[in-house]
Design a protein around this ligand. Structure first.
Ligand SMILES: [Zn+2]
Length: 689
């Protein structure tokens, strides 16, 4: 065996062990000892890796044990000082996990120089976290970076009035020659001038208004005056500026001085923040704009300046939206969405009251654009496709198709492909998402092959270039696991099917026995072929297993550690709610697993969640954590409703409680909801002892 190893050493010597390799070895040398020891160590790792990648079942590693013991024993005594859980386990002789440790230890070599200064409690964290690398890795992004244009400060104001038919808002048409959104119907507004910050002492001001919100209010008041001849200013006795006073002023010259000359104070305290819009990342001219709101002063008539603005019009939000829909009233996305929000209010007072709660906008948005049927469509942060666009096109590249289709795999990163199975339905949403993790140099791990649909599996196999190394099932429901065996049969050599065996509680259509049972926290590693490339873990793809019973007893999730992704199976879904179907489903386990996922996201800087049904969730900050917290809150709120229903009708049937606790859910979903209701009831009964 050693001879064979040294043959390899000869092959990889000289040129192959190049600068990068020597660099890594030197980093390690001080911790491991002599150079030969290092080389043996690397070769040993390489042997493990090769055996793993050739699909040897775990037992086969026994044949290498002599080598492990010889090389390993020689090296382990020195390696154990590395702050790695891996090395700790080695010292405990846990050779059954070699397939994992062999490759991961290689990562520890390249990471060791930076890591060694870290505290030992970091031991259980993966290298990527230790390095605090950006997630996902920039090298895996599909599109070249394109920093968005910087934003400029501006302000706009919705002037409102009450009518018997509801609120009306003042809008005007922008000049056809305007550099920004020509011809669009907008609210008056514009860029913030330096002078706007200079007349704070001419303002009525709320105690809570900061200098910057005051400046924004001044800019909005000035723009309303210049563009429409509307003046939000009062006399000392509280009277609003009159039309005659406005008619006597020059809308093109110093606004503040003219107000001061007439004893007018700017009514900034009557201007509130409704929303904040930041222009989409893909647009060449970008603004950061508070959408302010104020009641229209009485007895004033808007008159457009006929240069920047034309056609002032009072319009109900619903009418403006209908006319836009009909193609006769062009508006841009933020205007449309703001009007939609405004529809929720019956009176101007109601709007102002909502905005007066604090100085924060009711909502903030920097929309993202994707393609639907080839056409550009924009989304706000709370809308389902937004997070997917944030992952695939972080700089706002407007190129990502969002249509659900089952023909072509959708690349999400260079190392993550999604292929949706043709099984859409009430329970499966757009269909089951099968994922491929990896690349041509590493081979692929297939996650959730889906139903045994030959055409779907064929597409998945082709997308991986036939090079599928491992098949993982998040759980054994019939829309997830039955494709595993036929997919395995397509591959040469046959990749092992990994997962958790179904419990005795599983329904007949969910019985499942994997080739190998995945341990909690186990790592599945793909590394490129070729010794040189192997030396950088940055080129590899490491999935960590997390057992997450709840939706199914044999459910697991996977973390892609280098890119901060969570493959959530059915535990977390986008656009639908996970069903907990007892007895295989268990609500208490489900909630506990959510906590586990939350902790794992924190530990591993998980940014995005890739569910088995629906679009990508999460975002570059803490959106993934927030999504999990929201999900848990939703469950507990539902449980509170179930408890109320049970208390209201102590002798009621499940159907009685269902009608009360799920009164907000369409009746066609009740048969499914009843399963989750049973899970809640079981948990409540267990909690009450
Ligand atoms: Zn399921």
């Amino acid at each position: 065996m050693f001879d064979c190893v040294f043959d390899q050493l000869a092959l990889h010597s000289a040129v192959q062990i190049n600068v990068a390799l020597v660099g890594h070895l030197q980093q390690v040398q001080q911790h491991v000892g002599n150079f030969i020891g290092n080389v043996l160590f690397l070769i040993w790792i390489q042997m493990c890796r090769l055996r793993l990648l050739r699909g040897h079942p775990l037992e086969d590693f026994g044949q290498l044990s002599g080598l492990h013991h010889q090389c390993g024993a020689q090296i382990l005594g020195r390696v154990k000082r590395l702050p790695m859980a891996l090395s700790r386990e080695f010292t405990q002789g846990k050779l059954q996990c070699l397939e994992v440790h062999g490759v991961s230890l290689m990562g520890s070599i390249s990471a060791s120089a930076d890591c060694l200064a870290s505290a030992p409690q970091l031991a259980s964290r993966h290298l990527a976290s230790l390095h605090n690398l950006p997630m996902p890795r920039p090298t895996q992004l599909l599109h070249p970076p394109r920093p968005p244009a910087p934003t400029r400060a501006a302000a706009t104001v919705l002037l409102l009035r009450d009518t018997p038919e509801g609120i009306e808002v003042l809008m005007t048409r922008r000049s056809a020659k305007a550099s920004f959104v020509p011809g669009a119907f907008v609210f008056p507004g514009g860029g913030i001038d330096a002078a706007d910050a200079c007349c704070h002492n001419q303002c009525q001001r709320r105690a809570t208004q900061t200098d910057s919100t005051l400046t924004q209010a001044v800019a909005a008041i000035r723009e309303s005056f210049e563009e429409l001849g509307v003046l939000l200013a009062r006399h000392a006795d509280g009277r609003w500026a009159s039309q005659a006073e406005i008619d006597g002023m020059d809308r093109t010259s110093d606004f503040a001085a003219q107000c001061a000359a007439r004893g007018l104070t700017l009514a900034a305290s009557d201007v509130f923040v409704l929303a904040r819009w930041i222009t989409d990342r893909d647009l060449p001219k970008r603004f950061d704009v508070p959408f302010l709101v104020a009641r229209m002063p009485p007895q004033q008539t808007p008159v457009a300046d006929e240069t920047e603005q034309f056609e002032p019009v009072w319009v109900r939000p619903a009418d403006a939206l209908a006319r836009h829909q009909a193609g006769t009233f062009f508006m841009i996305f933020p205007t449309i969405r703001t009007l939609q929000q405004l529809q929720a209010f019956a009176t101007v007072d109601a709007v102002l009251r909502a905005c007066a709660v604090n100085e924060e906008p009711l909502f903030t948005s920097c929309p993202r654009a994707g393609l639907l049927a080839g056409r550009e469509v924009r989304f706000m942060e709370h809308e389902l496709p937004f997070s997917e666009l944030a992952l695939v096109c972080p700089d706002g590249q407007n190129v990502h198709p969002l249509d659900w289709q089952t023909e072509t795999p959708v690349p999400l990163l260079k190392n993550v492909l999604r292929l949706t199975a043709p099984n859409p339905g009430v329970m499966t949403g757009p269909g089951t998402n099968s994922y491929l993790v990896g690349d041509a140099s590493t081979g692929f791990i297939a996650i959730d092959p889906g139903p045994a649909d030959e055409a779907h599996l064929g597409k998945l196999w082709r997308a991986a270039g036939g090079d599928i190394r491992l098949i993982v099932c998040t759980h054994s429901h019939p829309d997830h696991a039955p494709g595993a065996r036929p997919l395995q049969a397509m591959c040469t050599p046959k990749p092992p099917i990994l997962g958790l065996p179904s419990a005795a509680t599983a329904r007949a259509n969910s019985v499942f026995v994997p080739d190998k049972t995945l341990q909690n926290k186990e790592l599945l590693v793909l590394v490129p072929s070729g010794l040189e490339a192997n030396l950088s873990y940055k080129n590899g793809h490491t999935l960590q297993v997390i057992h997450t019973p709840g939706h199914a007893a044999n459910h697991l999730c996977l973390l892609l550690l280098e890119d901060g992704l969570l493959f959530s199976g059915d535990h977390i879904l986008s656009g639908s709610t996970t069903v907990i179907d007892p007895p295989d489903g268990d609500m208490n386990n489900y909630l506990n697993s959510l906590d586990l996922l939350s902790a794992a996201c924190l530990e591993h800087q998980i940014k995005f969640i890739l569910p088995a049904h629906g679009h990508v969730m999460g975002g570059p900050n803490d959106e993934a954590l927030a999504a999990i917290a929201r999900l848990k809150r939703h469950r507990l709120q539902r449980e509170a409703k179930v408890l109320l229903a049970m208390q209201a009708q102590p002798t009621g049937t499940l159907d009685d409680w269902l009608a009360l606790a799920y009164d907000d859910v369409p009746q066609r979903m009740w048969p499914v909801a009843k399963r989750s209701l049973m899970a809640h009831v079981a948990r409540l009964e267990a909690l009450s002892g």
